[in-house]
Ligand binder design. Structure first.
Ligand code: SF4
Ligand code: SF4
Length: 433
């Protein structure tokens, strides 16, 4: 290697090292803030450890050495298909500020920060979670997501997954065709065919996770204030980096403890704090500043309608018939029909789900989160605002970016919103249980 090249290489190495160190510190800061809220339980540690493993220790997901990982970028990529081919799905949507600051110089100025953070990790090449993927499945949904496929195709094999804008029968057929192609592609990567048995096993595996999730949601609905919403969101985010069975088993232990605490009336806060629902653009770890600010301001995030939260896993697969095609078809239907993502043309479903969640969780105010540049969610705001106001539920739009610079402004607005709800409710009683 020529001297100049060697110097350049050393410089690049130092730059990558600085990036890795800064990324680690940013993650640690959010893990600390999460713990400083109080109310963390021993049973949450497996989830926090999974987040720490990836972003602080810089390790890949835990798995047998021979198991390949497949990166996905949306809840509309059915994980079951990847498990059925013998691989591990990992969700790569990113909430990392340090990666965002690199991606900001790499992709279009007005792209959303989530995509910029993905670009930052791709560019720096320091995170094993990304680097070790054998295949990337990119959904063709919003414009920003579409661009990822072009951005990363030099580095990894990419399957751009067709996602229709409508959900009529013919749209489902097109999507199903693409799922079959994806199945062949993952099988090619792993060398394992997807069989009836492996697909059924994968459905059972994710069904186990969905069962524990439904328990978790029921406990949260029936006994409020058993845990902070920020912690619930971190637990949900950790599902991106844990095997579905491992996540479900840890969830089972957490649910058992929450049920015990519900019986003993052991709550993490007084019962009458303002009950807030979060919806809008994805909230991806470590970017938990919005739920943290709400809960640091004295509100409770009781419900989370974002695609890294409850939405990501809550809809079960209901087999249309017992054939192989029947299982594939049910995966396609589950991935599209109930999904309240606003990238679909008809969003009446989304409104219906939001109304239902407001009622189920006795929500008193909604924070509509918009990541800067995320037009799909921004467009929806007016419609959601009108619907919620017709129910007498106050709503505010909070726009944020992947930086700490907007924290103080967001804090002022979150505090003012929480105070408004408190005033509407009247004096809070000083009870903890
Ligand atoms: S917001 Fe929609 S397109 Fe984006 S990850 Fe979520 S479900 Fe997928
Ligand atoms: S839905 Fe919004 S946040 Fe997600 S990739 Fe598209 S523009 Fe970005």
């Amino acid at each position: 290697m020529a001297y100049a090249d060697a110097i350049q290489e050393q410089r690049e190495q130092r730059r990558r090292q600085r990036f890795a160190t800064k990324s680690m510190h940013m993650t640690q800061k959010y893990l600390h803030r999460m713990r400083d809220l109080g109310g963390t339980l021993e049973q949450m540690e497996p989830f926090f450890n999974a987040l720490e493993r990836i972003y602080v220790q810089g390790l890949d997901v835990e798995r047998p050495r021979s198991t390949k990982t497949v990166g996905t970028y949306c809840v509309q990529v059915p994980q079951e298909l990847i498990y059925a081919a013998g691989a591990r799905p990992v969700k790569l949507c990113s909430g990392h500020y340090t990666a965002f600051s690199i991606g900001d110089d790499v992709v279009a100025r007005d792209a959303c920060p989530l995509v910029k953070a993905i670009a930052g990790f791709e560019h720096m090449g320091t995170l094993p979670l990304y680097e070790n993927c054998s295949l990337m499945v990119v959904p063709i949904t919003c414009d920003c997501k579409k661009r990822i496929a072009g951005l990363i195709k030099e580095k990894w094999p990419v399957h751009p997954l067709y996602v229709p804008a409508n959900r009529e029968d013919e749209d489902i057929e097109h999507y199903l065709d693409d799922l079959y192609q994806l199945m062949h592609m993952v099988s090619h990567v792993t060398g394992q065919d997807v069989t009836y048995e492996s697909l059924a096993n994968a459905l059972n595996l994710t069904g186990y996770a969905q069962y524990e999730l439904s328990r978790f949601l029921r406990i949260k609905r029936t006994t409020p204030n058993l845990l902070y919403g920020t912690h619930a969101m971190a637990v949900m985010n950790a599902s991106s980096y844990l095997d579905a069975g491992v996540w479900a088993s840890a969830m089972g232990a957490l649910n058992d403890e929450l049920e015990r605490r519900a019986r003993a009336n052991e709550l993490v806060s007084r019962k009458d704090l303002p009950r807030i629902m979060l919806t809008g653009s994805p909230i991806v770890f470590p970017n938990l500043k919005i739920p943290l600010l709400i809960e640091e301001a004295g509100g409770m995030v009781v419900a989370d309608e974002t695609c890294m939260g409850e939405r990501g896993m809550s809809d079960p697969v209901v087999p249309v018939d017992a054939s192989f095609d029947g299982l594939m078809r049910s995966l396609a239907i589950r991935s599209l029909r109930p999904c309240p993502c606003p990238t679909f043309a008809d969003n009446s479903q989304r409104i219906y789900r939001l109304r239902q969640m407001v009622r189920d969780y006795h929500v008193e105010g909604v924070i509509y989160h918009v990541l800067r540049g995320c037009l799909v969610y921004d467009y929806e705001f007016r419609l959601v605002e009108e619907e919620l106001e017709s129910m007498g539920i106050p709503v505010i739009r909070l726009e944020s970016d992947y930086t700490d610079q907007d924290v103080e402004q967001l804090r002022i607005r979150s505090e003012a919103f929480v105070e408004t709800i408190k005033l509407k409710k009247g004096p809070l009683k000083a009870n903890r249980g």
